[in-house]
Design a protein. Structure first.
Lengths: 477, 434, 141
């Protein structure tokens, strides 16, 4: 049973002002209705004037997605009634979108895959509703129009995706591309929303509306695949419908059929002029995009494909890596991709909260073997906890000293270094293991190494411990 | 004159004003101390703006329309907001939620509409200047019925920012006054480019009317004297055109076949646009509130029923229908094609002639209640809507009387040739009143 | 109504639907829920060009679509006037030609520069129902 998925992605463009008025888009930390004017409040008599930057940003996206930009595009009114819609219609594009027929290459379930882009168009964000009232049904709604008029682009794919995982990969790649283009900030709350169309081959299609997180898309689709497959196995028919994703419960629920009957009565927006910007496209110089940077990371830093892909999959991560790659790009890649990302994820932190110089400092300590790898991870955890709590942290050196995690010397010439001492103690305390080792059971050595590591609180370098133990055992200690 | 205030307490026996401002402030400038009446669909900061509708009663705009800013800059005193058909939907001012305006020339008759209040205020001598708006004749019709002058400027020449939208692609704010010179003066204050209106043109108006029209070619389309035009009106208008000929103009009769469907194209377009424009009156941000205890759609439907008059609801519903899935092609799309045909007709004619002349209205002012059937009221706009469909300038200037009631001569000009339209109207006015 | 008629209707519906830039999937409603009104109309309501006239049920339906309540006693008047007006509009069937406007202005923009927003008092001053800086609206669910 083949799964067929198509996505409609709405992204907020990161302009300074709204799409049709000069209100600031920097509203997230301010109170409700503080970033509004006659235009975005829909006051009678106000008129929209298009933000040139928003068009430039949208065209960058169109070019990066290899779209064709038709000679003329036109804004249209999408008419529907909802209190978050200040004018009773949304200004969007309909039959003449800004760009059509593009593609984005992603890492699919079966290798590199080309996902076709149907269209890219511009539109305005509606306001935001807060529902007030009882738990089962709201009594009334509160409306904040700060978000009304924020520029959005809607990117529509062909139904080319074949699994929830591919959908997630597509989204990640798209997000990375938009961020590389400098037109989108994925860290801003609510800056991306997705509608997903999903069907099992040969059955009706279901639309899941308004998924607001990256992880939500895969979750919602996974739930839907299971639900639809189960229904088909039981011999039921899939009905064409719109469903909502309930993020908290990880399920989709059927929306009332009334929403299916929307007739948006599109017509050209008489207050705006058509766009003829096809000739702008040639003038757009695209920055290095994720695929190009991945290749460069492999060429320039000698990274593996996997590391290069991971590190270029997010603009901030790629920039962070380049800042810390320093003299040992391989070490830096391992530490960023394999260690740091997991620790950040665990703490629900983003890469932007880590100062690159702090992380570079830590890498230098590891590289100079001032601390062991294992204690390096411990130091990192302590520093991240501090960062999460206070936004700042002590230097890695100070942290190492404070915790006493400096790697121990193991120059066994005099035999009074801490590692040799600890090794002697471990041998003395475990005659049985020594005996086993002497009788040829080499795994006894691992036990003894563990004992020494414990005594040194991880500050001994594993190679040193091995060498010292073997040497002592060889001498018949 | 310096800055100051003036007391404005007119004897408004015709119900021309919905509200007056007194004392009214004025500043320095070309219109210093001149009282100007403003149609109530133009936003005035701090002054209630209702569009003649209950759904906006109590709404006080927090901003000035661009034309108001310009008037204030020129020193004018905004003395009041004038009555109108609700949202501009009507040709009689009977559709105002706040009672009709009477025609100062004959109180048993309508002043025309939708800018009936502005026309009556000027005709009654309450103000020398007034702003109206013209979507399909709403300046010219009341100007003709009340015996004053009214100009619908070239689309884009006067900013629409702050004009409460009825049919965006058709409407313009324009000047109304007792004579052409005053209309020209007011036009020079309000015209000009406005970055807040994307359809605004950079074409300021700084013209002084000239009565010399020697060599001007005037086209007279047969359709403007066809069926439905009162022969007495036609005769008065022909006399006026003959006067222009005596002044040195050349008269050329011509045809305008697109007139056959211009009115239908106009009504489909304005109703469609209106159905969308008037969707914002949900009572959330302004106007009488919707009942927040009810579910959204129920509250909204009820509020719109209570807030809008019959004609407004009719136009919203027909407009909704003409845009709806399955009917867009039959109505809205066809109306736009018809509109292009009207433009083409004008383009063809204006290759031959400099202006086009005819009656403004097919009849003199109606009696109250005479146009109770909506379609028969729509039909009376047949001669004014072509200029709106094409976006060209058109003026109505008084040109005589039928049974004591004023008749308007309409002059339409090429796109952006408001000056020439003014000159021809001025030439008539000077010639008729030497 | 027969399916064939719906199909024919769909074909001539709207120029918007027929443009090549419009994804083919829109025709079958893949991307959007379009045509619901059309089909619900087909399944029970009479239509103007089927029976020649707009009925009171049609007017009620248009009222729903326009989100305008209609009183029982108004239905007759609305229905009668709709029929007269729409009949007049039928003259548009004779129109031929293109709806595109050749000499329209294009590319009108503003720069991405912040302009001060309205003072908070002005924002809420016309609203009768507010709460903590929000507007209050009827519930939507």
């Amino acid at each position: 049973m083949n799964v067929i998925v198509g996505l409609e992605i709405h992204c907020q463009l990161d302009t300074k002002t709204k799409l049709f008025c000069g209100c600031s888009t920097d509203y997230r930390t301010d109170g409700p209705n503080t970033h509004v004017c006659p235009v975005c409040l829909g006051l009678p008599g106000s008129l929209p004037v298009l933000n040139r930057k928003a068009v430039e940003y949208a065209l960058r996206v169109a070019k990066a997605l290899h779209c064709t930009v038709p000679e003329e595009s036109v804004f249209a009114r999408k008419n529907y009634f909802y209190p978050d819609l200040d004018k009773g219609f949304q200004i969007t594009q309909y039959d003449k979108p800004l760009a059509v027929s593009g593609y984005l290459d992603i890492e699919g379930d079966e290798g590199e895959k080309r996902v076709r882009i149907t269209r890219v168009h511009m539109e305005e964000d509606p306001g935001r509703l807060v529902h007030k009232g009882g738990t089962d049904r709201p009594r009334y709604s509160l409306v904040d129009y700060n978000r009304a008029g924020i520029p959005l682009i809607e990117i529509v794919t062909e139904p080319d995706l074949r699994s929830p995982k591919e959908a997630r990969r597509f989204l990640n790649k798209l997000r990375a591309t938009l961020e590389y283009l400098g037109v989108f900030d994925s860290e801003k709350e609510g800056s991306l929303r997705v509608d997903a169309n999903i069907s099992i081959e040969g059955s009706e299609r279901v639309e899941i509306k308004n998924i607001t997180s990256y992880k939500g898309v895969e979750k919602a689709l996974t739930f839907e695949v299971t639900r639809q497959k189960n229904a088909l196995r039981r011999g039921q028919k899939i009905v064409r419908e719109t469903r909502h994703f309930v993020e908290a419960r990880g399920v989709t629920t059927s929306a009332r059929s009334k929403e299916m009957e929307q007739d948006y009565r599109y017509f050209p927006e008489p207050d705006l002029c058509p766009l003829r910007v096809a000739d702008w496209v040639d003038g757009i110089v695209l920055p290095e995009l994720p695929d190009a940077r991945r290749q460069r990371f492999m060429d320039q830093y000698g990274l593996s494909l996997i590391h290069a892909r991971t590190l270029t999959g997010d603009l901030r991560l790629a920039e962070f890596y380049e800042k810390v790659a320093g003299t040992d790009p391989a070490l830096a890649a391992t530490w960023v991709a394999d260690t740091l990302l997991g620790e950040l994820n665990y703490r629900d932190m983003s890469i932007s909260s880590v100062p690159p110089d702090v992380f570079s400092g830590l890498l230098s300590l590891v590289r100079a073997r001032v601390i062991t790898d294992r204690n390096g991870v411990d130091v990192l955890r302590v520093l991240l906890d501090e960062l999460k709590e206070k936004g700042t942290c002590e230097s890695p050196e100070a942290c190492v000293e404070r915790l006493g995690l400096r790697a121990l010397p193991a120059d066994s010439a005099g035999g009074d270094d801490p590692v040799t001492k600890a090794a002697r103690e471990a041998l003395a305390e475990n005659p049985r293991a020594v005996e086993d080792y002497q009788n040829g059971r080499k795994e006894a050595l691992n036990f003894l190494v563990g004992q020494v590591m414990r005594k040194t609180r991880g500050c001994a370098k594993p190679a040193d411990v091995n060498r010292v133990l073997v040497s002592l055992l060889g001498k018949g200690a | 004159m310096a800055e100051g205030t003036l007391t404005f307490s007119p004897d408004d026996r015709y119900n021309a004003f919905l509200r007056t401002v007194s004392p009214a402030r004025y500043g320095e400038g070309r219109l210093s101390g001149v009282p100007v009446a403003v149609k109530d669909n133009i936003s005035t900061a701090g002054i209630e703006t209702t569009c003649g509708s209950r759904i906006l009663s109590g709404y006080v705009p927090p901003y000035d329309a661009t034309v108001i800013t310009l008037l204030k800059k020129a020193g004018a005193a905004i003395v009041g907001k004038t009555n109108m058909d609700e949202f501009g939907m009507g040709s009689t001012t009977e559709n105002s939620a706040f009672g009709p305006t009477k025609n100062p020339r004959d109180e048993t008759r309508v002043p025309g509409g939708s800018s009936g209040g502005s026309a009556a205020a000027v005709a009654a001598g309450l103000v020398p200047l007034a702003l109206g708006t013209d979507t399909g004749g709403s300046i010219r019709c009341p100007a003709a019925f009340c015996g004053i002058v009214g100009l619908k400027p070239t689309y884009g020449r006067v900013s629409r920012y702050g004009l409460v939208a009825y049919a965006n692609s058709l409407e313009q704010i324009g000047p109304m006054a007792a004579d052409v010179a005053h209309v020209s003066l007011l036009m020079s204050v309000i015209a000009g480019h406005d970055p807040k209106d994307s359809t605004s043109l950079d074409a300021p108006y700084a013209h002084t009317p000239s009565p010399d029209i020697r060599g001007t070619r005037i086209g007279v389309p047969e359709e403007f004297f066809g069926e439905g035009v009162d022969p007495r009106v036609a005769s008065v208008v022909w006399d006026a055109i003959s006067l222009l000929e005596r002044k040195g103009a050349e008269i050329v009769t011509c045809r305008m076949p697109s007139m056959a469907y211009a009115l239908a194209a106009y009504y489909v377009t304005c109703m469609s646009e209106a159905s969308s424009n008037l969707a914002r009156y949900d009572g959330v941000r302004y106007g009488p509130p919707a009942d927040v205890r009810k579910p959204w759609h129920e509250a909204f439907q009820e509020r719109r029923r209570e807030g809008f008059g019959l004609e407004v609801r009719r136009r919203i519903m027909i407009g909704t229908f003409s845009l709806s899935s399955g009917y867009y092609g039959k109505y809205y799309a066809k109306a736009q094609a018809a509109r292009q045909n009207v433009r083409k007709d004008f383009r063809r004619l204006f290759a031959e002639v400099d202006v086009i002349a005819g009656p403004t209205m097919p009849t003199v002012a109606f009696r109250f209640g005479e146009k109770s059937d909506p379609l028969s009221m729509y039909l009376s706009d047949i001669l004014t809507v072509p200029a709106n469909l094409a976006g060209i300038p058109a003026i109505s200037v008084p040109c005589g009387k039928v049974e004591g009631l004023p008749v308007g001569l309409q002059i339409m000009g090429r796109w952006l040739e408001d000056e020439r339209v003014i000159d021809v109207a001025y030439a008539y006015e000077q010639g008729a009143n030497p | 109504m027969q399916n064939g008629k719906i199909g024919a209707r769909l074909k001539r519906i709207i120029r918007l639907h027929e443009l090549p830039s419009c994804p083919a999937s829109w025709h079958n409603g893949y991307k959007r829920q379009r045509g619901g009104y059309l089909f619900s109309y087909a399944s029970g309501h009479s239509r103007k060009d089927v029976e020649g006239m707009i009925t009171e049920r049609d007017v009620e339906h248009i009222g729903m679509l326009a989100d305008i309540a209609i009183l029982r006693e108004e239905l007759g008047e609305f229905t009668a006037s709709f029929n007269r007006i729409l009949e007049y509009f039928d003259i548009l069937d004779q129109v031929t030609g293109d709806e595109t406007d050749e000499d329209v202005a294009v590319n009108v923009f503003r720069e991405d520069e912040v302009v001060p927003s309205l003072p908070p008092d002005d924002v809420l001053s016309n609203a009768k129902e507010t709460e903590d800086g929000f507007f209050r609206a009827p519930r939507v669910m």
